[in-house]
Design a protein around this ligand. Sequence first.
Ligand SMILES: [Zn+2]
Length: 340
Amino acid sequence: MTAVTPGLVCAHTHLYSELARGMPAPPEVATNFQEILEQVWWRLDSALDLEMLRWSAKLGALEALESGTTAIIDHNETPNAIEGSLSVIAEACEEVGVRVITGYGVSDRNGAEGAVRGLAENKRFLDEGGKCLVGIHATFTCTDETLEAAAALADEYGVGVHIHVAEGPGDIDSPERLAGLTNDRWLLSHCVYLPTDHHLKGTILHNPRSNLNNGVGYADPARFSNPVALGTDGIGSNMIESFRLAYAMQRSVDVTAGPDTAWSWLEEGWNLVPEAREDEVIWSYEPMDPWHIAFTPGIRPLEVKVAGEVVFTDGEPTRVDANEIRAKAREQAARLHSRL
Ligand SMILES: [Zn+2]
């Protein structure tokens, strides 16, 4: 291997959450995953408007390039700014020069009307030719009717569904509720509490940093027969970091594990976004081999090409002004945090 790789793929993130940095602490200390959702993420996503989302997505896209990631599979939840949200995300990534597949995570958590509007946003974006996987937040926030409608919409357009599955103990009945709905195009994020002998089809998305941060436990993705890909679940799109954490977490339960397994999960991203194989990242370190990367800190991209165009070089993006994006994102973050 040399210092050059294809563009890395982040198989699961939420570009809406980039402005979470610096947010005020929740009114009460969250003591479990359900409380983290209720007191942190659902308060944040409900306060977002489209202008905040635009700069959050631009910041996320910028930081993806800065870490050698050229393709993001995004899962959006902005319950008070649903209509048009997927186009805002696609435009923001296009401006920076990062590939994105997005989808709206439908949910009945704010009532049936919210689920209907979420489905309609996925459909609108698909009708306009947007790169979309139909999003479902999670089975535990959806009725059976919503799950079936989302699966049917995805089938109608020949695309997959992108859903959180058994991330916490409150979602352990998802294998039964999703039985008969999944296919190989589906992306199943987290799966920490998914039994090994489940019958769900699709690629399992492993998010080691997020799982650690939420204290939900280790998914142990090596136990599944499904393909496994790596994501970040909303704190940046640094896939070198995600690989290193995936390796370290696997070692914590299996000291015989080598870094090749976690690296194969990173490579699985190229099956989800094959175009990223055409992208090129020149790294600060050689060789870009899993046995080196797992033990070498501070590896960073020197140059990133997407579809033949240099979009990042000498520490700077070429299409956009990084300082402007950071300044505008900070303004929008202040507006967002004042609503919490
Ligand atoms: Zn997620």
